[in-house]
Design a binder for this molecule. Sequence first.
Ligand code: SF4
Length: 65
Amino acid sequence: MKILQDQRFRQQREAFNLRFNCEHCALFDEQRETCAHGYPTTEHRQAHYDDPTALVVFCKHFELA
Ligand code: SF4
């Protein structure tokens, strides 16, 4: 599911230290920068959200590390 990222989301992401990116996922291989399940990571990486207009894409396989 892709949803619009608004100002409130950005504020709350910071305020609550929301973890939802590959970098915080137990399935992320930091050395190879890949997903252990082989899923594409581009839209789930932290860097994707440097763009304030980027759509929010939650990964349904996310496992908090
Ligand atoms: S399961 Fe999803 S959030 Fe976790 S590393 Fe793979 S693509 Fe990223």
